[in-house]
Design a protein around this ligand. Sequence first.
Ligand code: ZN
Ligand code: ZN
Length: 52
Amino acid sequence: MSQKSEKIKCYKCEKLHYCDKHHILPQGIFDKGETVFLCKNCHYEFHSFLGF
Ligand SMILES: [Zn+2]
Ligand SMILES: [Zn+2]
């Protein structure tokens, strides 16, 4: 499997990283499906902050 990864600007720290797509809202609550891109550090922080 060859996956081409691009650097995307992180929504939080605004640095270029290989980002993960993060759903702002927990899926199932609203149907918006809004997503942002967060780098690994920010993504991890975000989830530990939220507690899930
Ligand atoms: Zn970041
Ligand atoms: Zn996430």
